[in-house]
Design a protein around this ligand. Structure first.
Ligand SMILES: *[C@@H]1O[C@H](CO)[C@@H](O)[C@H](O)[C@H]1NC(C)=O
Ligand SMILES: *[C@@H]1O[C@H](CO)[C@@H](O)[C@H](O)[C@H]1NC(C)=O
Ligand SMILES: *[C@@H]1O[C@H](CO)[C@@H](O)[C@H](O)[C@H]1NC(C)=O
Ligand SMILES: *[C@@H]1O[C@H](CO)[C@@H](O)[C@H](O)[C@H]1NC(C)=O
Ligand SMILES: *[C@@H]1O[C@H](CO)[C@@H](O)[C@H](O)[C@H]1NC(C)=O
Ligand SMILES: *[C@@H]1O[C@H](CO)[C@@H](O)[C@H](O)[C@H]1NC(C)=O
Ligand SMILES: *[C@@H]1O[C@H](CO)[C@@H](O)[C@H](O)[C@H]1NC(C)=O
Ligand SMILES: *[C@@H]1O[C@H](CO)[C@@H](O)[C@H](O)[C@H]1NC(C)=O
Ligand SMILES: *[C@@H]1O[C@H](CO)[C@@H](O)[C@H](O)[C@H]1NC(C)=O
Length: 485
């Protein structure tokens, strides 16, 4: 019996509109091939117009270290082609010791795994018909048989679903930073605030003084949005590049897409390594906190720090409030991912409750609203968060019953706040549980520790080492490979 570990890896559920991914890392170690995958696994899951038959799906396979009876470590691709190489993940670290086979599968509609004739820039809405959750999960079921599944973010949500809905194939699961709640168009759901409560806590934990300074500046900024004279002083103090924003729309976009988003990203992506796709410096949160502490008590000077860092410009240059980095689509794959968030991953996470470091806002965050622009219809149009949680079996009883799910989360990552519920503590090694890793950012614990310090996706931090001990120990126990088993 092969037991397989299945890894999915993704960065962010959704942002206002920016795509966040690791920069392309070519798959340089493990061989890549294609196989004929069924386009519609279920007669109900696609329309005739999308065509039936097969498409070429890309996968990786490496049997170098495989020993009979060893696990198959299987990496599930997620919403971009650039994060799909097994060799960039912790699975590579484990292959030799576990006698494991390494396999990976690119997510349909991304990278090279496209239906015949699919052209993203010119795709009609119905061409996305075969892009359903059922098809995506069944691609993996069809590809590999008995599996331990492990993956992050949207990939963590998929990982959880694979264990819940296909337990015979997926023997155990490690979802990292999955979205497990805060879904739907439910304007009253309290979960919609959890994400930003977490962001506030991260800043407060880092420095109460810096958090208070940010809070004061953000309050002043939000109150100034209706006052042209105050805004012109903020423009001067923030040293915005000229010409300055001319109207409330432009100011509000700057406030939301540059300032609030940069604070949020600095927490979520506070990695131990430079990541050009997020911040091209390591530890952006620490840098922002330090610069905030030494900044003058002045709204413009405080609020410029995070966006300027996110825009990768030195602090002595003007702040380019029209930069493409703020709020526009820089990653092609974001297009397809927004179809996913519309159709079956309706994240509703970015409203802000009173009491944190950011001024409150409401009715902001539902990704299912994308559907209108995309010509798609949401799967859960009229379902509440609680109903969607039930449909996806993300309730405590369902997750407990499933067993062999180890949820992992990073302390900087606001996704932690919309993750799994609290589980009963158990002596059973197979019991579903959640582990929070202090000092790690979004899905960081999935990174390979073999990659050097400072390299993208690289590790070597103490926090990463500690996380890997827990994850590996759990997989070894599940696989019956641990000493004493
Ligand atoms: C397979 O992975 C191992 C590391 O686990 C690596 O050393 C080797 O080069 C890979 N083999 C092939 C054929 O790609
Ligand atoms: C998707 O799969 C579930 C069970 O896994 C099934 O109940 C449902 O009918 C499927 N939906 C479609 C559209 O095929
Ligand atoms: C995809 O569509 C765009 C826009 O119509 C077109 O410019 C491009 O050449 C097409 N690409 C391919 C590979 O057909
Ligand atoms: C705001 O100013 C921009 C740039 O001049 C302009 O394109 C936009 O239409 C203006 N919006 C409003 C609501 O006035
Ligand atoms: C922030 O400041 C602290 C205290 O001065 C220092 O230890 C730390 O290295 C600084 N961090 C960064 C990222 O600059
Ligand atoms: C900034 O303002 C706060 C309270 O408004 C005050 O406690 C603090 O001393 C001021 N800091 C500086 C550097 O002026
Ligand atoms: C980050 O990007 C800026 C602008 O491209 C560049 O000046 C800076 O050197 C980069 N920093 C690092 C650490 O790569
Ligand atoms: C600001 O960013 C925009 C879009 O990337 C670019 O066209 C413009 O030249 C930049 N302005 C400055 C002053 O760097
Ligand atoms: C959702 O509800 C609206 C009105 O409340 C209705 O028009 C629409 O058909 C419903 N959509 C679905 C998919 O049930």
């Amino acid at each position: 019996m092969y037991r397989t570990l299945f890894l999915t890896y993704v960065f962010t559920f959704f942002s206002l509109s920016i795509g966040q991914t690791l920069p392309p890392l070519p798959c340089t170690i493990n061989p890549t091939s294609f196989f004929d995958q069924t386009l519609n696994h279920d007669a109900n899951s696609g329309s005739a117009s999308a065509g039936n038959g097969a498409f070429k799906q890309k996968y990786q396979l490496n049997t170098t270290h495989f020993k009979p009876g060893g696990p198959i470590l299987f990496y599930q691709g997620a919403e971009t082609s650039s994060i799909n190489c097994i060799e960039n993940t912790v699975l590579q670290d484990w292959a030799e010791e576990m006698g494991a086979m390494l396999a990976g599968l690119e997510h349909r509609f991304f990278g090279d795994s496209l239906p015949a004739g699919f052209n993203q820039t010119a795709a009609a809405p119905e061409q996305y018909d075969p892009l359903t959750l059922n098809n995506t999960l069944l691609d993996s079921v069809n590809f590999i048989d008995r599996v331990f599944v492990l993956g992050g973010s949207y990939g963590g949500t998929l990982t959880t679903l694979l264990r819940l809905f296909h337990p015979d194939t997926f023997y155990g699961a490690i979802p990292s930073a999955p979205l497990i709640k805060s879904f739907g168009l439910d304007a009253q759901d309290p979960d919609r605030f959890e994400w930003f409560k977490w962001v506030s806590q991260v800043y407060r934990d880092e420095s109460a003084e810096a958090a208070a300074k940010i809070k004061e500046a953000m309050l002043d900024f939000s109150q100034s949005l209706s006052s042209p004279s105050k805004l012109s002083k903020i423009a001067d103090d923030a040293r915005l590049c000229k010409p300055y924003p001319t109207n409330v729309t432009e100011w509000t976009t700057f406030y939301t897409s540059a300032v609030i988003m940069s604070y949020w990203y600095a927490a979520q992506f506070n990695y131990h390594y430079d990541n050009p796709a997020t911040f091209n410096v390591s530890r952006p949160l620490d840098i922002i906190v330090n610069q905030t502490l030494s900044a003058a008590n002045n709204t413009g000077e405080v609020i410029r720090i995070a966006p300027q860092l996110y825009d990768m410009r030195s602090q002595d240059l003007c702040l380019n409030w029209t930069s493409d980095r703020f709020g526009s689509d820089t990653v092609l794959d974001q297009e397809v991912f927004s179809v996913i968030t519309c159709k079956y991953l309706p994240a509703n996470t970015i409203d802000i409750a009173p009491g944190g470091i950011f001024p409150p806002r409401d009715g902001y965050g539902n990704s299912a609203r994308n559907c209108v622009n995309l010509g798609q219809s949401p799967t859960f149009a009229n379902k509440t968060n609680a109903e969607i949680i039930k449909i996806y079996r993300f309730t405590v009883p369902d997750l407990v019953k499933a067993k062999r799910i180890l949820f992992t989360q990073g302390s900087y990552d606001p996704t932690t706040a919309v993750g799994p519920p609290v589980f009963p503590v158990s002596n059973d090694r197979d019991a579903t549980r959640t582990v929070l890793f202090h000092g790690l950012a979004h899905t960081e614990e999935l990174n390979s520790g073999l990659r050097g310090p400072g390299t993208v996706g690289g590790g070597h931090s103490e926090a990463l080492k500690l996380a890997h001990i827990v994850m590996k120990g759990t997989v070894m126990d599940w696989a019956g490979l641990a000493q004493g088993d």
